[in-house]
Ligand binder design. Structure first.
Ligand SMILES: [Ca+2]
Ligand SMILES: [Ca+2]
Ligand SMILES: [Ca+2]
Length: 178
């Protein structure tokens, strides 16, 4: 399959972040740690929204572990890259993750996300300060510095599109990897 180089850079960065202990593999314990960080950052969210992001991370991991892993219980970047960039195999997990993460940004359910809430969630995942603010700005915040939940949700899905070379999610790629 053809991957745009930017798509590869996007998901390689996600791999680095999800490998929370930095040992070069994504394992179940990495995803647990990441999940706990994000749930802890979601200070305003109710239990339902927290349960939804836990379920989404579990789905993300379970999809990799059952469909892609060669049986050793850990995912290499070589396993990760082509798999998560295959919408046929990974699309449903991405959709669930995009729904849950974007909803976590909107605890009061008005359809809008304030910058500090977005920042807390994206920092919990591990994205860079300047990168995440550049992404927020690309969503064209309103006069109250809010973005639409639906705009973020769509961008999360686009982030994993294998042939998409110019999605706003490119703002999250570290400068040295662009
Ligand atoms: Ca690891
Ligand atoms: Ca493996
Ligand atoms: Ca809101």
């Amino acid at each position: 399959m053809n991957h745009h180089p930017k798509a590869a850079s996007r998901v390689e960065h996600v791999f680095e972040l999800f490998d929370t202990d930095g040992n070069g593999f994504i394992e179940a314990t990495d995803i647990e740690l990441m999940t706990n960080r994000v749930v802890t950052a979601a200070t305003g969210s109710d239990q339902g929204a927290k349960d939804a992001i836990r379920a989404a991370f579990e789905r993300y991991w379970a999809t990799m572990a059952t469909e892609l892993d060669d049986g050793d219980g850990r995912i290499t970047v070589e396993e990760f890259r082509p798999f998560v960039l295959n919408p046929e195999h990974f699309g449903p997990a991405v959709d669930q993750f995009a729904d849950a993460l974007s909803a976590l940004g909107d605890p009061d359910g008005d359809g809008l996300i304030e910058r500090p809430v977005f920042e807390a969630l994206m920092k919990a995942i591990g994205f860079g300060h300047e990168n995440l603010h550049a992404l927020f700005d690309s969503f064209e915040p309103n006069a109250q510095d809010q973005i639409e939940v639906e705009v973020w949700r769509a961008a999360i899905v686009e982030f994993y599109e294998p042939e998409n070379g110019d999605t706003r999610g490119n703002h999250l790629i570290p400068a040295q990897a662009r």
